[in-house]
Design a protein around this ligand. Structure first.
Ligand code: PGA
Length: 541
C-alpha cells in the first residue's frame, strides 16, 4: 500500500481528484467505484469544479457506489442516493442512467445484491474504487467480524458505526441498523483503489491499518493483498510517531511524540558524564532500540548540547565528554531508522514554536536562561541554522564593549550579564557589599545562592535584592530589545529554570523591554526539548 500524507483535508481532496481525473482522461468510459460519508465530499467538489472548467468529461463514465442503508427511501435526504445526487451527479455531465447504487427500497434484498454484483461484472469491473474508512476499520459497510462476506450482501451495522453516523441524523434511533454493501472481494476486484482518511478520528484506525497484519477485526487490512492501493490521508489521520531524545548534563530524556505533538511515552536515564562518550551513546542507542520496538516510531531526533559540525557529523560539548564525537554515526550503527541531530536549544525552540507558546506564530525566538544563554531562532516554523548550522548563539552577542571576558574568547557577551550564572554572581557581589541585608539572611538560611534567591529576598522586602533584580532585568531587556530589533518575531519565549519565577520575572521584563512583540514564558518547559527533537524527524524541519 502506497501512502501519501497531505498537509490537510483540502490537499488530500485535490490529490484524490487528480487521480480520478487521470483515470477519466486515460479511459473516458471507465467504471468508477464511489463512496459516501464526509471524507469524499472535498473530492467530489474538486471533480465538479474540474468538470465545470472542461478539464474532465463524465459523459461516458459509469459509477457504482459501495453501499446504501436498508431499508431507506431513495428520496430520504439521508439516503446515499440523495447524497450522491447532491454532491456529484447533479453537478457533472454524467448520464444518471450510468450511475448505480444498491436499491435501499427493494423488497428482495438478496436478489438486489446478486443483481448488483452481476451489473458490476457486466460493466467490466471497477477501474478505480474510492474508499473511506470507518473508525472501526470498515470499508463500505464491511464491519469487523470473524467472517467477512465476499460479495454484495445485506449486513447489520455495528454500534460504533451507528454512533459515528448518528451525526448526520436528528436522533441516534433514526440511523438505519442495516445496509446493502459490496463485499470485500467485490472491492478487491477493482483494478485500482484509492483509500481516503482525514482527521483525528481516523488516527487510530490508520495506525492499525499500517501497523497490523491482515485481520478481519480491521476489515481495511484486507486491502493489503491488493497490488494497487494508495492511501491518501491528511496529517491528522497519519499515525507516525517520532522519538525525541534530549541529552542533558545530568539526565537524558526520551519521549515518543505522536502526530499531534503529544508525548505519549516518556523515560529518562542518568547521563553518567564521567563515562567515555562511546558508553553514553551506546546507552542512548540501547534505550532507543527498546522504545522503537514498542511504538510505531518512524524516526529518531536527538537534541545535544554543544557545537555540531554538520559537515563532519560530530559534536563537541564543553560539559560532556564529547570532543569531535561522531554521535550521529554511532547512533546510526544500532538504530535502524533515520536519525536527526540538532543543538538542544534549537530543539527546545522548535518544540515550543510548534506545540507551545509559539504555536500561533510563524516566527519565534526562544531564549533559555541557564549556565549560559541558549538561543533558538525559528523562522517559518523551521530552525534557522545559518550557513554552517551554528546560528542562534545569541548568548554571545556583545552588550558591553570591553566587558567581562567570556569563555568564547570575546568580552561583554550577553550571557555574562543575563544568564542565571550571571544573576547568581550579581547576587553574591551584592551580599559581599551588604552583609546585613535580608538577601544575606536568605542565603544564610538556605545555605545556597541560586536563581531563586533574589526573588525570595525581594518578596521579603529586601531593597538590596530589588537593586540586583533591577540591574539584572536591565541586562536581560537590552539583549531582548536587540534581538527583537533584528528579527521582529511573532513572540519571544523565555525558558530555563529562572522562568519558573513566572510573572515575577515577566511583568518587570515586559515593562523594561517596552515592545509590541509579546514576551512569554515557555509553556512546555522541559518537554520542549523532547518534542522539538522528535519534530526533527518530521520532513522538512
Ligand atoms: P466518513 O465515513 O467519511 O464520514 O468518516 C467513512 C466510512 O465510514 O467509511
Amino acid at each position: 500500500m502506497r501512502v501519501i500524507v497531505c498537509n490537510d483535508y483540502d490537499e488530500m481532496s485535490k490529490r484524490a481528484a487528480k487521480i480520478v481525473a487521470s483515470q477519466i482522461t486515460l479511459k473516458p468510459n471507465c467504471v468508477l467505484g464511489l463512496a459516501t460519508g464526509s471524507t469524499p465530499i472535498g473530492l467530489y467538489d474538486n471533480l465538479a469544479e474540474m468538470n465545470k472548467l472542461g478539464e474532465i468529461d463524465f459523459s461516458d463514465v459509469t459509477t457504482f457506489n459501495l453501499d446504501e442503508y436498508y431499508p431507506i427511501n431513495l428520496d430520504n435526504d439521508q439516503s446515499y442516493h440523495y447524497f450522491m445526487n447532491e454532491h456529484l451527479f447533479t453537478r457533472v455531465n454524467i448520464d444518471i442512467n450510468s450511475t448505480h447504487l444498491p436499491n435501499g427500497q427493494t423488497d428482495d434484498p438478496e436478489t438486489e445484491c446478486e443483481n448488483y454484483e452481476k451489473m458490476i461484472n457486466d460493466a467490466g469491473g471497477i477501474d478505480l474504487q474510492i474508499l473511506g474508512i470507518g473508525q472501526n476499520g470498515h470499508i463500505g459497510f464491511n464491519e469487523p467480524d470473524n467472517n467477512l462476506n465476499t460479495v454484495t450482501h445485506l449486513t447489520g451495522l455495528t454500534q460504533s458505526t451507528i454512533e459515528a453516523n448518528s451525526r448526520f441524523f436528528e436522533k441516534k434511533e433514526d440511523v438505519p441498523t442495516r445496509a446493502l454493501t459490496m463485499g470485500i472481494a467485490s472491492i478487491l476486484k477493482s483494478r485500482k483503489i484509492v483509500l481516503l482518511a482525514s482527521g483525528r478520528t481516523k488516527y487510530k484506525v490508520v495506525s492499525e491499518l499500517l501497523n497490523e497484519g491482515i485481520n478481519t477485526s480491521v476489515p481495511a487490512t484486507m486491502l493489503k493483498v491488493h497490488p494497487d492501493v494508495v492511501l491518501i490521508c491528511d496529517k491528522e489521520a497519519y499515525a507516525s510517531m517520532y522519538l525525541g531524545v534530549d541529552i542533558g548534563g545530568t539526565s537524558i530524556k526520551f519521549g515518543v511524540v505522536d502526530g499531534f505533538n503529544n508525548i505519549v511515552y516518556k523515560d529518562s536515564l542518568p547521563t553518567q558524564k564521567d563515562k567515555p562518550a562511546r558508553a553514553i551513546i551506546d546507552n542512548i542507542a540501547k534505550a532507543c532500540k527498546d522504545i522503537t520496538s514498542r511504538f510505531p516510531v518512524t524516526a529518531v531526533g536527538v537534541g545535544t548540547p554543544g557545537i555540531i559540525d554538520f559537515a563532519k557529523k560530530t559534536v563537541t560539548a564543553a560539559n560532556l565528554p564529547f570532543d569531535n564525537t561522531p554521535i550521529f554515526d554511532w547512533l546510526k550503527e544500532s538504530i535502524n531508522l533515520p536519525v536527526y541531530i540538532n543543538n538542544d536549544a534549537n530543539c527546545a525552540a522548535l518544540g515550543e514554536a510548534v506545540a507551545g507558546e509559539g504555536a500561533g506564530e510563524k516566527d519565534m525566538l526562544m531564549i533559555t536562561l541557564g549556565t549560559g544563554i541558549g538561543g533558538g531562532i525559528i523562522i517559518d516554523k523551521k530552525i534557522y541554522m545559518g550557513a554552517k548550522g551554528d546560528a542562534g548563539e545569541i548568548g554571545h552577542m556583545c552588550i558591553e564593549t570591553n566587558g567581562k571576558p567570556c569563555s568564547c574568547g570575546n568580552r561583554g557577551c550577553w550571557e555574562k550579564y543575563a544568564s542565571v550564572s550571571a544573576l547568581i554572581e550579581q547576587t553574591e557581589e551584592a551580599v559581599l557589599k551588604n552583609p546585613n541585608s535580608i538577601l544575606a539572611n536568605v542565603i544564610a538560611k538556605n545555605h545556597v545562592v541560586d536563581g531563586k534567591t533574589v526573588f525570595e529576598a525581594k518578596q521579603k522586602g529586601c531593597t538590596v535584592a530589588d537593586a540586583v533584580f533591577e540591574q539584572y532585568i536591565e541586562y536581560l531587556a537590552v539583549g531582548i530589545r536587540n534581538i527583537i530589533n533584528i528579527f521582529r518575531p511573532g513572540a519571544v519565549v523565555i525558558a530555563g529554570g529562572i522562568s519558573e519565577a513566572g510573572q515575577a520575572l515577566l511583568d518587570p521584563l515586559v515593562k523594561k523591554v517596552d515592545s509590541s512583540v509579546p514576551i512569554k514564558i515557555s509553556r512546555l518547559q522541559n518537554d520542549a526539548g523532547i518534542i522539538g527533537a522528535a519534530l526533527l524527524g518530521e520532513k522538512n524541519r
